[in-house]
Design a protein around this ligand. Sequence first.
Ligand SMILES: NC(=O)c1ccc[n+]([C@@H]2O[C@H](COP(=O)([O-])OP(=O)(O)OC[C@H]3O[C@@H](n4cnc5c(N)ncnc54)[C@H](O)[C@@H]3O)[C@@H](O)[C@H]2O)c1
Length: 328
Amino acid sequence: MQNILVTGGAGYIGSHICIQLRDAGYLPVVFDNLSNGHRDAVAQDIPFIEADIRDSNALDRAFSDFRPSAVIHMAALIEAGVSMLEPAQFYEVNTAGSLNLFEAMRRHNCHRIVLSSTAAVYGNTHLDLLNESLPVLPENPYGRSKAMIETMLADYSATYGFNTIVLRYFNAAGADPDGRTGERHDPETHLIPLALQTAAGVRKEMKIFGCDYETPDGTCVRDYIHVDDLAEAHVKALQNITPQEESAFEIINIGTGRGYSVKEIIKLCQNITGQNFPVSIEARRPGDAANLVADPTKAKMLLNWEPKFCSAHDIIRHAWNFYKKTMP
Ligand SMILES: NC(=O)c1ccc[n+]([C@@H]2O[C@H](COP(=O)([O-])OP(=O)(O)OC[C@H]3O[C@@H](n4cnc5c(N)ncnc54)[C@H](O)[C@@H]3O)[C@@H](O)[C@H]2O)c1
């Protein structure tokens, strides 16, 4: 059985990836400092290392003890809005922390990596669909910190023989269809969980930031990818990654190719929960792109991956089921 080091494995997406890795016959080894993750999101029989990717000694111990054949690197700070106020934190944790991880990989001769990157690297393009050959022009320090990690890995692949697959996720959403894990960010800033919290009465109203974008109803359009489909893309990436001896570098979008506006998502949340909660319109937030929808052609071609859940209805239904099960 191959061991896979999963940084950030106690987080929202990481906990879903661990379930699918185990189902596919891998042993995930979670490396997470629990700054935003949850210990109970990871099954007790999965090895768990509570440590920080900026800690070289802890990384050395993890590589020596578990000899992973590959790394799935998700540990990061993720809030684009916070990155506008505190960019240094994002460059320190995301960019410098990743460099520290890649150096540990070199020391331990582990050259295979799947990186969590983001559609935020594309910035504001005004294009209907975004493909991987577009220039990288992120609008905020979060996106720039991720773009820097991608660039480092391109150089590590060309120079040190790394085999890299960069997965640029669009908006991860939903929950494990069997309800084993789901989204529990604190504070929460993602649209669907915020709308569900409002439906549950935990929040008074739902805020829409900007209704004067150049989109059909004036609100931002995003491509919502079911977290279960996203997790499956990682397993396929591992199965397709080049063997240890050769170097490679690929960037692949993970999205559905279908966009939903903020207003459409809120309406669906109201329908599914049966709660007609209040909604207010606020000013635009700095750093938000109008339209981020994936061209998912390359994922189908290179990974033979396609999303199973293309409708936001399923995504919201699974998220609502998990929320009802775990709500305070
Ligand atoms: N959620 C999305 O829609 C989305 C979209 C695009 C990309 N991503 C990327 O996917 C990855 C996972 O996102 P998520 O939504 O699961 O976020 P999350 O916050 O739930 O998970 C991140 C995990 O990393 C851990 N972590 C943070 N800093 C760390 C450090 N210094 N050392 C060790 N562990 C650390 C946290 O404790 C947490 O468990 C991130 O890299 C994020 O940038 C997420």
